[in-house]
Design a protein around this ligand. Structure first.
Ligand code: FEO
Ligand code: CA
Ligand code: CA
Ligand code: CA
Length: 754
C-alpha cells in the first residue's frame, strides 16, 4: 500500500556536495608554476567590451499580456523618458537609499521602486490550461504548459515587430529562465507519496512524478508592457517549456562516442531532457545557454549492486561525479515503466547486456551547457559537449570582438571544484547574428577548454584540457584518458590531472563590459571540505561565523567571497591573467580579519551566488545571495555595486583562527573596500528564498528578478496546516508559497539602481 510520507531527505542545499578527491595541492605549497606566456599580436578589446550589434526597431507590444498579480501598491508612474538615447557613459553612481536587512515575508525595495509579481510556479503559458489551483491537485498532464519551479538564471531577449531578436527593445521580448529544482512538499496533496525505505523506497503515484518531470527545465515566455505594467503573454506562439522529457541533440566531441550511447539513442547522437538548470548564459548570435548543475544526484545507482558490473575506469568517473545513491527524487522507482523508459532512464545501473540495452551511460549525457534557440520554438536544443562536463553553474560570454575567438567563463559549483573557460576555434563574424543553433555548431562545438590555476603572487594561468598535454594522457595513473570525448566527459578528472586550483564553490561568472574583467562568486565552504591548512591566496579565509542566539559554530569560509581577474592584454583568449579578491562576504560586526571588505549595515551580505553586469548601464554589477549562514539576521538579498579594477587594493596577510583557537597566517590580494558609495543593498526577499537570476529590458528601465523557493524549509508534515508554512509569498493568506519572477521598475521611469 502506498503511504503518504516524506522522502526522508533532510532539507539541504543540494549544492552542498563535494566529490573532488584529487590530491591537487593548494598552490602556495607548490613551486611557482611556469607561466605559459603567449605573445599577443596587436589587438584589443573593442571599446566598451562588446561589439555593437545593430538592433531592429524597438517593436511595440502587439498582444494582450496577462495582468500581473500581487503587486505591492504602486503610485501612478510618471511617463517614462523617451527610449532610444545611448546609455550614459561611466562613471555611474548609485542613486537609491540602501534597504535594511529583513526577516519579513515580503520583497523589500528602496523607496521609489515597485515590484510586480509576473510569473509564478504553475502559471499557465497556454490558453488551454486552467489557472493554477496551488493545492497539490492540479492535473499532472498540464504541467508542460505551466511555469516550472525554482526559477533561476534568466535572460531577456528583446524582440522587434518581425519577431526577430532586437537587443535594445524596450517593451517586448522573450524572457527565458531556468527552473532548477523543486520543493516537493508544495507540489502534491501532501508531499511525495512513497512506500518502503532505504534502497527499497519507491514512488507510488506516477502523476506526482510526471509533475516533477515537467517542473524542471526552462521556460520561454513572451513578455511585454501594457501601459507601464509588464506581464507575460499567455498563448504566445513563442511560449515553450523545455523539461526532462524534451529531446536534445548531443553536439561536439562527446557526441556519438561509446560513453553516451543509451537505449534511448544507441548511436549516442541524442539524449532526453535537461535537469537542475542553474545559472545561464548567452551567445552573440541571440540564443540562450542553460547549465546543468547538480544533475548527478537525480540518477539512481545503488553501488552495492552496480559497482561489480563496472570497469575500473567507469568507477573512477562515477565516483568523481558523485553518481551514487537512490536518486534524489526516486524517479527511477516507478513501476511499471513505460515503453519509452520514462522512469527507467533515471536508473544508471547496468541492467542489460550492453549500453544499448540500458541507461548505464545516462549520467554521461548530463552535466553540459545546453543551447536553446528561443526564437525557434520547434528547434531541438543542443548539448554543447566541447564546454566540458561538470556541475555547470553558468556560462558567461566574454567580450565579443569581431575577428577574435568567442570565450565563455564557467564555474563548477561543488566544494573544491574549478573555474573553466572555453575559447572557440572560429573567430567571431558579426554576420552570424541571428544564426540560431547553426551558429552554435560553428562556434561552440570546436575550441579549447581551459581550467584556472591561481598563483600566490596575484597571477594565474589557464591550463588546457586536451589529450596529450598537462598529464591528460593514457599513461595517467588515476584515469587513463582515451580520446577527446573522454576528456570532455571527464573534464573534472582532466582538471585534476592538469593541477587546477581547488576553489570555495565557484558559482556565477560575470564580465564587466567596461573593463573586460571577469568576476566569479565563490559562495562558501566548510571546515571539513577545506580545512584551515588548505587555505591559499585565492581562497584565503578560515574563521568561525557563530549563528543565532545559540551561537552555533560555522567554520570555514561560511560567507564566501567574489574573486575577479584581468586577462593579459585584455584578451579573453589569453592563457595568463592577474587576479584579486573583489569582495569578502561577512557580518558587518565581524572582526577585521573576517570583514576584510569593511562591510557595514547597509551592504553586509553572505554567500554570494548570482552575479550579473547590466548591459544598459555598463559598469553596474548586481550581486545576489543564496545563504544559510547569515539567515539568523536577514533573508537573502540583492546588492548593486560599482566595482573598480583588479589591483585597486593590495596585498594583505590574514590571521585565520582554527576551531581550537590556534592561528595561521595567509597572504592574499584584496580589492579596495567598496564603502556604501559603490556597494548597497537594493532588495531583500521573503522568508527562506534564494535571490537568483536577473535580466533587464532593452532600455534598462525594468529588471526581472527571480525569487526561488520561498518557505522551502516547511516540513512536509505541516503541509495540511497553512499556519505552519514558513512563507505564503507571493499570494499571501493561507496560500502555499511559490517561486516567481518579479519585475522591478522605478516609479519615475528611470534606470534601476543608478
Ligand atoms: Fe544552483 Fe550553485 O547554484
Ligand atoms: Ca546558483
Ligand atoms: Ca548557491
Ligand atoms: Ca536554491
Amino acid at each position: 500500500m502506498s503511504t503518504s510520507q516524506p522522502l526522508g531527505m533532510p532539507s539541504i542545499d543540494p549544492d552542498e556536495v563535494g566529490h573532488n578527491s584529487s590530491a591537487n595541492p593548494s598552490f602556495d605549497e607548490v613551486v611557482a608554476a611556469r607561466m605559459n606566456r603567449r605573445r599577443l599580436l596587436g589587438f584589443g578589446v573593442a571599446s566598451g567590451g562588446a561589439a555593437l550589434i545593430t538592433a531592429c526597431g524597438g517593436g511595440g507590444s502587439n498582444g494582450v499580456f496577462v495582468p500581473t498579480v500581487g503587486a505591492s501598491p504602486a503610485p501612478a508612474p510618471a511617463p517614462a523618458p523617451a527610449p532610444g538615447a545611448a546609455p550614459a557613459p561611466a562613471p555611474l553612481s548609485l542613486s537609491f537609499n540602501p534597504v535594511a536587512k529583513s526577516l519579513e515575508d515580503r520583497v523589500v525595495l528602496p523607496a521609489g521602486y515597485t515590484a510586480t509579481v509576473m510569473y509564478r510556479l504553475g502559471d499557465p503559458i497556454s490558453t488551454d490550461v486552467a489557472a493554477y489551483a496551488n493545492d497539490g491537485n492540479d492535473d499532472p498532464s498540464t504541467y508542460d504548459r505551466r511555469a516550472g519551479d525554482h526559477h533561476d538564471g534568466m535572460t531577456f531577449f528583446g524582440m522587434g515587430a518581425t519577431g526577430a531578436w532586437a537587443p535594445t527593445a524596450a517593451d517586448r521580448g522573450l524572457l527565458v529562465m531556468n527552473h532548477e529544482a523543486i520543493t516537493p512538499a508544495f507540489l502534491h496533496p501532501a508531499g511525495q507519496t512513497t512506500t518502503g525505505s532505504g534502497t527499497a523506497q519507491v514512488r507510488t503515484v506516477p502523476g506526482e512524478v510526471q509533475r516533477e518531470f515537467y517542473l524542471h527545465g526552462v521556460s520561454v515566455i513572451e513578455v511585454g508592457k501594457t501601459g507601464s505594467t509588464w506581464g507575460y503573454k499567455r498563448g504566445s506562439s513563442f511560449n515553450r517549456r523545455v523539461h526532462t522529457l524534451t529531446e536534445m541533440r548531443l553536439s561536439g566531441p562527446a557526441a556519438k562516442s561509446d560513453a553516451v550511447k543509451t537505449r534511448y539513442s544507441t548511436d549516442g547522437s541524442k539524449t532526453r531532457g535537461t535537469v537542475n538548470n542553474c545559472a545561464n548564459g548567452t551567445t552573440p548570435w541571440g540564443t540562450y545557454l542553460t547549465c546543468e548543475e547538480n544533475w548527478a544526484g537525480y540518477f539512481r545507482r545503488v553501488t552495492a549492486t552496480d559497482n561489480a558490473a563496472r570497469t575500473a575506469k567507469e568507477l573512477v568517473s562515477l565516483n568523481r561525479y558523485g553518481v551514487a545513491g537512490n536518486g534524489r527524487e526516486l524517479w527511477a522507482t516507478v513501476t511499471p515503466d513505460t515503453s519509452d523508459n520514462l522512469y527507467g532512464r533515471w536508473n544508471a545501473q547496468v541492467t542489460g547486456a550492453s549500453a544499448a540495452d540500458d541507461f548505464r551511460n545516462g549520467p554521461n549525457t548530463y552535466g553540459w551547457v545546453v543551447e536553446i534557440d528561443p526564437f525557434n520554438p520547434l528547434s531541438t536544443p543542443r548539448k554543447r559537449t566541447a564546454l566540458g562536463r561538470f556541475g555547470h553553474e553558468g556560462a558567461c560570454l566574454g567580450p565579443v570582438v569581431a575577428g577574435r575567438p568567442l570565450v565563455w567563463y564557467m564555474g563548477d559549483d561543488s566544494r573544491n571544484e574549478y573555474i573553466y573557460k572555453f575559447v572557440s576555434t572560429r573567430a567571431w563574424d558579426p554576420a552570424d547574428v541571428g544564426g540560431g543553433l547553426a551558429a552554435g555548431d560553428k562556434y561552440m562545438d570546436d575550441g579549447r577548454l581551459y581550467v584556472a590555476k591561481f598563483a600566490a603572487d596575484g597571477t594565474g594561468t589557464w591550463l588546457e584540457l586536451k589529450l596529450g598535454v598537462n598529464n591528460i594522457t593514457a599513461a595517467n595513473t588515476t584515469y587513463a584518458f582515451a580520446d577527446a570525448a573522454d576528456v570532455v566527459i571527464n573534464a573534472r578528472l582532466a582538471a585534476d590531472a592538469a593541477g587546477a586550483t581547488r576553489m570555495d564553490r565557484p558559482e556565477w561568472t560575470a564580465v564587466n563590459p567596461v573593463t573586460g574583467e571577469v568576476y566569479v562568486t565563490l559562495t562558501n565552504t566548510n571546515a571539513s571540505s577545506r580545512p584551515i591548512t588548505a587555505t591559499d591566496a585565492a581562497n584565503p579565509r578560515f574563521y568561525n561565523d557563530p549563528k543565532g542566539t545559540a551561537q552555533t559554530a560555522q567554520l570555514g569560509n561560511p560567507n564566501g567571497h567574489v574573486l575577479r581577474f584581468s586577462e593579459t592584454n585584455g584578451d579573453a583568449a589569453s592563457t595568463t591573467f592577474k587576479w584579486d579578491v573583489y569582495l569578502f562576504g561577512a557580518r558587518s560586526t565581524a572582526s577585521a580579519d573576517i570583514n576584510l571588505s569593511q562591510l557595514g549595515a547597509d551592504n553586509d551580505f553572505s554567500s554570494p551566488d548570482g552575479l550579473w553586469f547590466s548591459q544598459a548601464r555598463p559598469g553596474l554589477l548586481w550581486l545576489q545571495t543564496d545563504d544559510g549562514a547569515y539567515t539568523d539576521v536577514t533573508n537573502c538579498m540583492m546588492l548593486a555595486a560599482l566595482p573598480g579594477k583588479v589591483g585597486d587594493g593590495g596585498a594583505k596577510t590574514i590571521t585565520n583562527i582554527a576551531a581550537d583557537g590556534s592561528t595561521r597566517q595567509q597572504g592574499t590580494i584584496v580589492g579596495k573596500a567598496p564603502g556604501t558609495a559603490t556597494l548597497r543593498r537594493f532588495l531583500v526577499g521573503p522568508k527562506e528564498c534564494e535571490i537568483t537570476g536577473i535580466a533587464e529590458s532593452g532600455d534598462g528601465r525594468a529588471i526581472f528578478v527571480n525569487i526561488q523557493h520561498p518557505g522551502e524549509d516547511t516540513a512536509v508534515a505541516n503541509i495540511t496546516d497553512p499556519s505552519k508554512f514558513s512563507s505564503h509569498w507571493p499570494d499571501g493568506g493561507a496560500s502555499r508559497p511559490r517561486s516567481a519572477t518579479i519585475v522591478i521598475t522605478r516609479n519615475d521611469g528611470g534606470f534601476i539602481g543608478t
